[in-house]
Design a protein around this ligand. Sequence first.
Ligand SMILES: [Zn+2]
Length: 419
Amino acid sequence: MGVDLVVRRAQLAPAGDRPPVDVAVDGGRIVAVEPDLDVEGPELRADGRLVVPGLVETHLHLDKAHVAGPDLASGGLQAALAATARAKAGFTPDDVHERAARVLRAGVAHGTTAVRTHVELDPTVGLRGLDGVLAAAAELAGLVSVEVCVFAQEGLSDQPQTRALLVEGLERGATAVGGAPYTDRDPRAQIDLVFDLARAFDVAVDLHLDLAETLEGMQIDHVCRKADETGLGGRVTVGHVTQLALLSPAELDRTARRVAAAGVAVTTLPATDLFLMGRRSPARPRGVAPLGALRRHGVTCSISTNNVMNAFTPYGDASLVRMANLYANVAHVADPEGLADCLSMVTDQAAAIAGLTGYGFDVGSPADLVALDAPSAAEAVARIAPAVWGVKRGRPTFTRPAVVLHQSAAPTTIEVGPR
Ligand SMILES: [Zn+2]
């Protein structure tokens, strides 16, 4: 039988003890998964490397990436909000398009195949950020799928014009809506407005929540109540939740049980949270939500990039494997199951949060495949294994050639490609 593509000797996540399999792809979908498949077609060799159905970002700001400058990297949440608000006034659709595409390309090269991007709508930026992000998503649609979550970064209940902009974003196809309740005088009023919009448009909720370094004003219980009340449980995600890092073990356990029961998922954003939190009291936890307790109670969790090169996070290469390793390092995750779960938080759990259908290796699934240079999920996270090739809907999207060490003492001309 002839097929469009066949992947040879892939080690499928998370197993390290099963024999490698071949994956046949035709018409953009997986058509067979078995050892030593008797099919013919162009081949991609995995040679026993781990193959995942692509890495999934559930929380990535494409519109404000690459706006870090010397005046922006001042540190702290309030400073970052103020600096970004100033930068946002100058955004144009073209400049957002260019910066968003740069991040998407970097993510693809690290194995990302799907992104939920959080796009800011408010009277300052209007719909310019959304226009730029949609243009970048359309340009790169063959490499990566982009889902838009429109959200209010500068307040909602105190900023009524923003509601109309969110409605416009939802009418233009956004499939999730969110906010940052800590930016309004009455955070619960904002949460309620976001849930009202989600119900009206039948979309997911994805909120920036409980981003602080004291226990004052936590809203996680209110979000759980709203998820129960509206029946949106299973389609509600909260990001940051750094205040979880300050709870006593007993309180954390109670909260984890509540969050699990409400069907609320949690995303940690370690690069941003480590940068913004823990500035005043270095001996305290560094403000990264401790997901272990949540996972023990069955909460779906993701680890995501959040920001790349801006005032919230003046670092970044859009590598989710690196982000999973960063989280593992901060959370003292060392056992193989725990490390494998960190990879699951950038693959299948992230896919569940992003509502991706058919994510996985079942026959009939979309053929999104990424090989990581490691034999198992745990080792991929521990070693920050590079992605060596990727496939989106059956079409190869990138390859990363093996590094060549030059042991010879003689100097020679070496080509490394354009910068
Ligand atoms: Zn965010």
